[in-house]
Design a protein. Structure first.
Length: 126
């Protein structure tokens, strides 16, 4: 009986590692998403989204998905919803790098981020 209570108490302990990992992912995507809202003509995101050919609306949409997904990712109850949103943006980034920009090497960066987002969202607290 006592062991059962001990297990229950451990499950109520805050998952500090999870909060830190989710916080790092959240911070990254908040910054990356916020950058998409800058409309300076020489900005890298403006040029990239012009090259994609979907126009300004898609750059803003991507920024909203990254910021919203990052915020949802931070909290344990909504982490998986945020992970799906962020995974979609990273898969989209990989496709753009390979198909539009013809740069398979550049697709590795979003692939690593995709792996990290999924690994952290599906990890089990110790």
């Amino acid at each position: 009986m006592r062991d059962h209570l001990l297990v229950r108490d451990q499950s109520r302990e805050p998952d500090l590692t999870g909060w830190v990992l989710r916080g790092a992912v959240t911070g990254f995507f908040l910054l990356m998403g916020a950058e998409k809202f800058s409309s300076s003509p020489g900005g890298q995101w403006v040029a990239l989204f012009q090259q994609i050919g979907f126009g300004r609306w898609f750059r803003y949409f991507t920024g909203v998905v990254e910021v919203g997904g990052g915020l949802l990712y931070f909290f344990p109850r909504t982490c998986r919803i945020g992970a799906v949103m962020l995974a979609c943006t990273m898969i989209g980034a990989m496709i753009v790098h390979i198909v539009v920009r013809h740069s398979v090497g550049s697709s590795l960066y979003p692939a690593v981020l995709l792996f990290a987002v999924i690994a952290i969202a599906t990890r089990r607290p110790e």
